[in-house]
Design a protein around this ligand. Structure first.
Ligand code: SF4
Length: 403
């Protein structure tokens, strides 16, 4: 490298080392700085230290998870994302729509096992694509999936669980109704890249993955004061700049409405049954750097989460990158979206956290900050939240809480 270019590279490197400390002083990283930090492995050490320091300041030495059951109300979906193993067509042998009795039975079993959250996760608008599913809904007494989900949430509530629904794209009216039977709602933004809707890309056949539609729903959830979970999907063909743009879009929506309680950094995992079966998975250091950049870009009160079952050997690295939450973990139901990836045992995860200097603690599907924030929790749900919060109340998993 010519001397002038070498000096320029060194100066840029030095500038980024300084930039990484900006969020610790309450300043924002620029888009270019965030992209450069994601791209440059040589800066990893500084990046991780800054992100972990920020996490410790904002969230202390406690890392959380939500004991949950996963209720896959229907796996029928009108979209066809090429990385998805969950969706089915009605004539597929593994197609299902849960009955009200099944929802009640699974909810009761989950509650018996100590679960507090019912995650309702399902395909997007199957009634638009499949007449036979419309007949199923009619037999159940409903016109739309959102209506049936509302009933399913009521069943889960009756069993003593707090519902959190991710039903794909919902209208403002549907979200307003679901707010009375959900403590929070979710929709992975995944990416703001419209390029990935193009020919041959992962979202070509997924109209509900149009970024504008997802951003609209996130905005309307904010206007409705609904505590919200969102996140980004890594390794679906996005560029590092598009990753940063996705995080910035989430940050801006949260700054406008104050409703994003957590952001999931979820790596793509290949499976033999999907069209992208031979696509490369994001490498560990890529996932870890993205967690750290998410921590530095997002406002400090926003929880940063990575699913522990998708990175089973990397828990300590993720803790070192500023993660403060592991998301939902179930003693009963598999991760239907990644069925090949078993949940960790909570006691083993607690031991890993302890070894890294952190206590593992349960949380509810609504974060504490949103329970008392005016307008965010439906009054009809408040007594149920209070009762389950009292069950947790500072109780760490395992005996030792690090100093
Ligand atoms: S990822 Fe979601 S929207 Fe895409 S095909 Fe699967 S269930 Fe449908």
């Amino acid at each position: 490298m010519p001397e002038l270019a070498r000096r320029g590279a060194l100066a840029a490197h030095e500038a980024l080392r300084e930039a990484v400390a900006k969020p610790l002083a309450g300043d924002d990283l620029t888009r270019d700085e965030a992209i450069a930090l994601l791209s440059d492995p040589d800066l990893s050490e500084h990046l991780l230290v800054a992100a972990a320091t920020l996490r410790d300041r904002a969230w202390g030495r406690t890392v959380t998870f939500s004991p949950k059951i996963f209720l896959p109300i229907t796996n029928l979906c009108r979209d066809r994302c090429t990385y998805c193993t969950f969706r089915a067509d009605p004539d597929d042998p593994h197609a299902w729509t849960m009955t009200p009795d099944e929802i009640a039975e699974w909810s009761a079993r989950g509650r018996t096992l100590g679960c507090k959250e019912a995650l309702l996760c399902l395909g997007d608008k199957p009634e638009v694509a499949f007449p036979v599913y419309r007949t199923t809904l009619e037999r159940l007494g409903h016109r739309t999936t959102a209506e049936y989900v509302e009933r399913a949430c009521a069943i889960a509530l009756d069993a003593g669980l707090l519902p959190h629904t991710n039903a794909g794209i919902l209208t403002r009216e549907e979200m307003a109704r679901l707010k009375d039977v959900n403590v929070s709602l979710g929709l992975m933004l995944e990416t703001v890249s419209t390029r990935l809707r193009g020919r041959g890309e992962v979202h070509q056949w997924a109209p509900d993955k149009e970024p504008a539609a997802r951003l609209r729903m996130l905005r309307e959830a904010g206007e409705l004061a609904i505590p919200f979970t969102t996140g980004l999907l890594l390794g679906i063909g996005e560029t590092l700049a598009e990753r940063v743009d996705t995080l910035l879009a989430i940050r801006d929506l949260h700054r406008a409405h104050g409703h994003v309680q957590e952001v999931i950094v979820q790596p793509f995992r290949a499976k033999p049954t999907i069209r992208r079966s031979d696509a490369a998975e994001p490498a560990t250091d890529d996932v870890v750097r993205t967690v750290a950049v998410a921590r530095l870009l997002l406002d400090r009160e926003v929880s940063v989460q990575a699913p522990p079952n998708l990175s089973p050997g990397d828990h300590a690295l993720l803790l070192g990158a500023g993660l403060n939450d592991w998301g939902g973990i179930s003693p009963l139901t598999p991760d239907y979206v990644n069925p090949e990836a078993p949940w960790p045992h909570v006691a083993a995860l607690a031991a890993e956290c302890r070894a890294a200097g952190y206590a593992l603690q349960e949380r509810l599907a609504i974060y504490p900050a949103y329970v008392d924030r005016p307008g965010f929790l439906s009054p009809v749900l408040r007594p149920r939240v209070a009762a389950l919060a009292a069950e947790i109340d500072g109780h760490a998993v395992g005996a030792e809480v690090p100093a």
